[in-house]
Design a binder for this molecule. Structure first.
Ligand SMILES: Cc1cc2nc3c(=O)[nH]c(=O)nc-3n(C[C@H](O)[C@H](O)[C@H](O)COP(=O)(O)OP(=O)(O)OC[C@H]3O[C@@H](n4cnc5c(N)ncnc54)[C@H](O)[C@@H]3O)c2cc1C
Length: 378
């Protein structure tokens, strides 16, 4: 067992940390207040080769692994969960095309991402989030392709996306076996994107509803075989959950850094906060959860890179990191006392941002369902 990053991994981690400190951090508070992604940040990240890391070399991508993605994501989200998510979430839309797309589909849709374009993964609907098999968007066969009707909600980066990977029911009575994925271009007739949704946290990462009203999609834009959509979505989640766990790692590390600095400088009853055991123990607990979350996340990423099935480990990493992030952000606010409640200090944003980690990409409850199911399989 080797816990050492390779020189190349250390190098990309260092580059991402510098980028996060110099380019993301100065924009974070304002982007949060304005609820907008400063688009110039994407162009800069593209220039440095820090986004779309896992796209294959055959398409001009870096062909890096999930572990490198995790290292970069963690660094970005240390500076801002919202901007970090917006920069990294193309991976979620690209992955189904990498896994199930034909060569022609990959060339047409993935190559532009390398030039800085955006795409979205559109699964969730107003009536079905956790209940993936319960989606209602319908794809019916028509001459030359399909007609899609339905609506999607909470779609990350939808306001900027050039295309959407839309999951729809091709056989509504076949349960999860009746789902198929399609690439739907933004300018398709009948597709509209709603306004950016107003959110509690992660406010720099835009999300919107997507409406499909009898949208024609040629059969050449079907991803994989008819009925393979549910399996594809689950495969994508196995690969993307380590990345989402790394969103949490960045946020937890930031909670530790901010809390430690404050606990050293703030004096109460004649001594620094850190010298009060109740505060010191909170910091110790944060560090313990950070290191446990990091090991779990790196393990799941490593397994992905080895081509191993990692449903169990990816769900454990995601659930643990998300819960740890929420716990650490809550305690960070507590350590800051009244100042933790003020928008002048960074921890209130960490607190607001952390919550979403327990909700998207499968809630903490759904992760526990998956973990228990995987345990029962063995
Ligand atoms: C900021 C943000 C960005 C997002 N980005 C995307 C995106 O890009 N693409 C996309 O497709 N989706 C996206 N989502 C949607 C997200 O994945 C869903 O919100 C999430 O899966 C939960 O679904 P839901 O909101 O319908 O909640 P529900 O499924 O209605 O769940 C409500 C509550 O009930 C619990 N629950 C439900 N079913 C069970 C069960 N069987 N067992 C135990 N507990 C259960 C849940 O854990 C939760 O606590 C995003 C969401 C947010 C908030």
């Amino acid at each position: 067992m080797n816990f050492q990053l390779t020189p190349e991994q250390s190098q990309i981690q260092e580059l991402a940390r510098r980028f996060a400190d110099r380019e993301i951090l100065p924009l974070a508070a304002d982007a949060d207040r304005q609820q907008t992604l400063p688009l110039q940040i994407q162009a800069k990240a593209v220039e440095l080769g820090l986004v779309n890391l896992t796209l294959p070399q055959s398409l001009g991508g870096a062909g890096l692994g999930c572990l490198e993605l995790v290292l970069v994501t963690e660094a970005f989200c240390h500076a801002c969960l919202g901007i970090g998510t917006a920069l990294c979430i193309n991976t979620l839309a690209a992955e189904p095309v990498v896994l199930a797309g034909s060569e022609v589909q990959q060339q047409r849709y993935l190559a532009p991402l390398l030039a800085g374009r955006f795409a979205s993964f559109a699964l969730t609907e107003p009536g079905a989030g956790s209940d993936v098999a319960g989606i209602r968007t319908r794809a019916t066969r028509v001459d030359g392709g399909w007609q899609l009707t339905g609506s999607k909600i909470w779609i990350s980066n939808a306001p900027m996306a050039d295309f959407f990977v839309v999951f729809a029911k091709t056989s509504p009575d076949a349960g999860h076996k009746g789902m198929t994925a399609f690439i739907v271009e933004r300018d398709s007739q009948g597709l509209t994107v709603g306004p950016s949704m107003s959110k509690l946290g992660q406010r720099a990462a835009p999300t919107a509803e997507v409406f499909l009203d009898a949208v024609f999609v040629p059969d050449t834009q079907r991803l994989g075989a008819e009925g393979s959509g549910f399996g594809l979505a689950m495969q994508v989640f196995d690969h993307s959950r380590p990345m989402v766990a790394a969103f949490g790692l960045g946020l937890i590390q930031r909670c530790v850094d901010e809390s430690l600095a404050y606990a050293r400088s703030r004096v109460s009853m004649g001594k620094a906060l850190i010298e009060h055991q109740a505060v010191a123990h909170k910091l110790a607990e944060m560090q313990m959860r950070l290191e446990a979350a990091r090991l779990l996340t790196y393990q799941a990423a490593w397994m992905t890179d080895q081509g191993q099935r990692c449903t169990l480990q990816a769900s454990i990493a995601k659930a643990y990191a998300a819960d740890a992030a929420m716990w650490c952000a809550t305690e960070a606010v507590q350590i800051f006392g009244g100042m933790g409640y003020s928008t002048e200090y960074p921890v209130e944003k960490l607190f607001r941002d952390a919550k979403v980690l327990q909700i998207y990409e499968g809630t903490s409850e759904i992760q526990r369902n998956i973990i228990a199911r995987e345990m029962a399989r063995n």
